[in-house]
Design a protein around this ligand. Structure first.
Ligand SMILES: Nc1ncnc2c1ncn2[C@@H]1O[C@H](COP(=O)(O)OP(=O)(O)OP(=O)(O)O)[C@@H](O)[C@H]1O
Ligand SMILES: [Mg+2]
Length: 295
């Protein structure tokens, strides 16, 4: 990231208090290899709010998430502002970003197999952010790792922490990834298609887990998906992305019942089609096909 926009909170201490919670993305533009891939994207997530980013493949969802964490590909040019509480993320050094990642922003990626290190036990992987961001002793960090394994409903938490990722199921690995993201108690949890690689019943369990954790911990949630049916279960409000731009931002109710953009309407159609396929009925003339509210 090589642009340094002014930080309003630094210039005005009173503004720092006002901006002390939540995440505000303003006019974010990202160029990779001379091509604009994110174009003037803005959204705000309040402290404790559940917000979604939805769009088709290639619309820029993951790049937006990576920008929040300062993890963009080499040579990416970023302009605009990403403010986390009173901290401006655009322009931070790698060292400063490392202090924010995990501690203030946690992320869960799509594919739990590649997100985890195959040669370290899951307990050690959950302990890493605890040791990095807190002064917990090794003993306390292990106890905390077991508590987190319990929180994400892993079976036999005190034994599973000594296992390796390949000894777990896909759903269990994703629970480990969520425990790692929560380990340092971040104020914003980012989930980038966290259930896409899982089968349908496990997907539902993981979505319920996100809902419960967000409710219990009161953290902000940025949930990324291409599936409006998934979004309906996880957030209250969302931005719709297409070709790197926000084409619509609205409550989930509006997106489902009164979408303004043809892009949102296409996502709605796609979600309905998947829901029929996944549903018990094989009757495609079923009333649900035309019922706007029956995703
Ligand atoms: N490392 C990279 N280098 C160059 N271009 C990239 C890179 N990563 C992504 N892009 C481009 O940026 C655009 C947005 O990609 P992004 O990964 O954010 O899409 P997405 O919405 O997350 O898609 P998906 O649903 O498939 O995950 C795409 O056109 C993609 O080709
Ligand atoms: Mg993606």
């Amino acid at each position: 990231m090589n642009s340094t926009p002014p930080n309003p909170a630094a210039a005005n201490p009173a503004a720092a208090d006002l901006a002390a919670s939540g995440l505000t993305v303003s006019n974010l533009t990202i160029e990779v290899g001379g091509r604009v891939v994110i174009d003037d994207v803005s959204f705000h997530i309040d402290g404790g709010e559940r917000f979604g980013l939805i769009g088709e493949s290639g619309s820029g969802k993951s790049l937006t998430a990576l920008a929040l964490l300062g993890l963009l590909p080499d040579g990416a040019r970023v302009t605009g502002s990403i403010r986390l509480g009173d901290v401006e993320i655009v322009g931070l050094s790698e060292r400063e970003l490392a202090r924010i990642r995990g501690r203030r922003l946690g992320i869960v990626f799509q594919e739990p197999r590649t997100a985890l290190n195959p040669i370290r036990t899951v307990g050690r992987q959950i302990m890493t952010p605890i040791r990095r961001h807190t002064d917990a002793s090794k003993h306390d960090a292990r106890r905390r790792a077991i508590e987190l394994a319990t929180l994400v409903r892993l079976p036999e938490p005190d034994r599973i922490v000594d296992r390796y990722p390949h000894q777990l199921s896909g759903g269990q690995r994703q629970r480990v990834a969520i425990a790692i993201a929560l380990a340092a108690d971040p104020e914003v949890l980012i989930a980038d298609e966290p259930t896409t690689a899982l089968d349908v019943t496990i997907q539902a369990e993981i979505l319920d887990l996100f809902a419960r954790i967000q409710r219990e911990r009161g953290m902000s949630l940025l949930f990324i998906t291409h599936d409006l049916a998934v979004l309906q279960r996880t957030v209250d409000r969302a931005s719709v992305l297409a070709e790197g731009r926000v084409v619509e931002e609205a409550s989930i109710e509006t997106l489902l019942h009164d979408p303004a953009s043809p892009v949102t309407r296409a996502l709605l159609e796609a979600a309905r089609a998947t829901t029929w396929t996944a549903g018990a009925t094989t009757d495609h003339d079923d009333d649900r096909a035309t019922d706007e509210g029956a995703l």
